[in-house]
Design a binder for this molecule. Structure first.
Ligand code: ADP
Ligand code: MG
Length: 501
């Protein structure tokens, strides 16, 4: 071996040494970054913690706010709106009824033939119509004329399976999912348009009167017998199927709850007491807030940058519109501060609301050993080309923290309602026969996000304890069809009094 070879060996060794140094440095840097990333996630977990004691405080705060909202107008963040629904369907309803569901870019018309206790829902049909964008920002007449004309066509296409007795006027339940100040079961003034609708001259007007005039212009002889929102519709549909339903909760894009209150427990109501002694309350619970809610910096920023800062704080912690967005905000911070996704911050990660809750849910439910769904979503949705298994696991962990916090907070809200109703513990009244309590649930988040749903249900059981849990049922009502509004038209029919006497 000559000098040259020795020299080469020395050079090689030096190079190897240099490579080793670089690798070690890189590891040190990346392990430092990992430690930082882990710390960010740990901090998130701590801030989002919802131990049972905290949930009880939140449930108590919900109950207190319910009382305050019932005591006086504007007495609470919870509006506790009177729905004027004092007769929920019993199952005895008979006849042909209609529903119109307006609350988004589509509206739906439905007819249902009710056959009483034996016949139940003998037949039902619906049609969905999308609203041309220009009508969402046009004049009130144009929008209501469009709806009325769709309804007229729907009625013109009715088969003989649906039967309206001679001399009887058609009756409609109107689900109108915008904020309304109701003044009776079938009237209410629009407070404001939301969800992309901006129509001149309807704010402050009675939306039932607007619709009725449009129906007249179409030559349709039809009476609007009930004006309701989707939560009330879900409660009505739930009660029709199960007599023990006392409350309804929607967990979809937004969230809301309604329940049956004793009329004399509503101090702010100065009207006549209904015969049933009951009144359905639309809580508008999305606007609940309490110092006990576990708010993080991510939530504060999300709220601050939202279209309605300071409002709907509870909704921003638990509903489908926001869960994915909270996760995005955490991932963005990790990208910026710990280079979790490489040296540059993926540009899509900076786009608000790009990560939707269904994406989050798909990642969260990924059971493949290499978390390939997580990898694919990060790539497709956020443009992050490749991720290690360790990174993917961290992303799943973040989804878990955010979803569980939302589900547990929703459970605390339901527990608050049960407390208000005095149904949170086993009643020993009446010689031990247990009172059954059913909550009707609806909404895409509850329906499709399995981990969220299971966590909500197990948390409620945890709060209630074993004995009380045994008599409380949470049930998917699935009023997607809007049948609840038609049932309310039936239970508030103008022909009811006549038939009863
Ligand atoms: P809306 O609340 O708009 O009336 P839905 O009740 O159908 O409509 O709920 C839709 C919402 O449900 C979506 O905005 C989304 O947040 C949530 N969602 C839908 N599908 C899923 C899913 N697979 N996983 C998690 N959330 C979902
Ligand atoms: Mg809905």
């Amino acid at each position: 071996m000559g000098k040259v070879a020795v020299g080469a060996a020395v050079v090689c060794a030096a190079a190897a040494c240099a490579v080793a140094v670089v690798v070690v440095r890189h590891r040190m840097r990346s392990s430092g970054l990992w430690a930082r990333a882990a710390a960010v996630v740990r901090e998130l977990e701590e801030r989002c913690a919802t131990p049972i004691g905290k949930l009880r405080q939140i449930a108590d705060a919900m109950t207190v706010e319910m009382h305050a909202g019932l005591a006086s107008e504007g007495g609470s963040k919870l509006k506790m709106l009177l729905s004027y629904v004092d007769n929920l369907p019993t199952g005895d309803e008979r006849g042909l009824f209609y529903a119109l569901d307006l609350g988004g870019t589509n509206f739906r018309v439905l007819r249902v033939q009710l056959g009483g206790k034996e016949g139940r829902v003998a037949k039902q049909e619906y049609e969905e119509v999308s609203i041309p964008p220009h009508l969402m920002v046009g004049g009130s007449h144009e929008l209501f004329d469009f709806i009325a004309s769709a309804l007229a066509q729907f009625i013109a296409s009715e088969s003989d399976d649906f039967h309206l007795p001679d001399g009887r006027q058609r009756e409609l339940g109107f689900t109108f999912s915008f904020p309304v100040k109701q003044s009776s079961i079938a009237s209410g003034a629009l407070i404001k348009w939301t969800k992309g609708f901006a129509i001149d001259g309807t704010v402050g007007e009675d939306v039932v009167a607007e619709l009725t005039r449009a129906l007249e212009r179409q030559g349709l002889d039809m009476r609007v017998s009930a004006l309701v929102n989707d939560t009330i519709g879900t409660l009505a549909g739930g009660r029709y199927d199960d007599n023990d339903v006392v409350a309804a909760v929607i967990l979809g894009t937004g969230t809301n709850a309604a329940y049956v209150e004793r009329a004399h427990a509503i101090p702010k109501w100065h009207g006549l007491l209904p015969k049933s002694g009951e009144m359905v309350i639309n809580m508008e619970w999305g606007n609940f807030r309490s110092s006990h809610l576990p708010l993080t910096d991510y939530d504060q920023d999300l709220d601050f940058e939202s279209l309605n800062p300071g409002e709907q704080i509870y909704e921003k912690l638990i509903s489908g519109m926001y869960l994915g967005e909270i996760v995005r905000r955490v991932l963005l911070r990790l990208a910026q501060e710990t280079s979790l996704f490489g040296d540059t911050v993926p540009s899509k990660l900076e786009v608000p609301f790009i990560l939707r809750t269904p994406h989050m849910s798909a990642m969260h439910h990924d059971t493949s050993p290499d978390l390939k769904v997580v990898g694919a979503k990060l790539k497709e949705v956020l443009g992050i080309p490749s991720t290690s298994l360790k990174t993917r696991k961290m992303v799943v962990g973040i989804c878990d923290i955010v979803a569980r916090r939302g589900a547990r907070l929703a459970a605390a809200g339901i527990y608050g309602i049960l407390k208000k109703l005095g149904r949170d513990s086993v009643s020993t009244e009446g010689g031990g026969s247990k009172q059954r309590t059913v909550i009707a649930m609806d909404g895409g988040l509850y329906e499709h996000y399995t981990i969220f749903r299971e966590c909500l249900e197990s948390t409620l059981r945890e709060m209630l304890g074993e004995a009380a849990s045994a008599s409380i049922v949470i049930k998917l009502a699935n009023d997607g069809s809007g049948i609840g509004a038609a049932l309310l038209a039936a239970s508030h029919s103008q022909y009811l009094e006549v038939e009863e006497s």
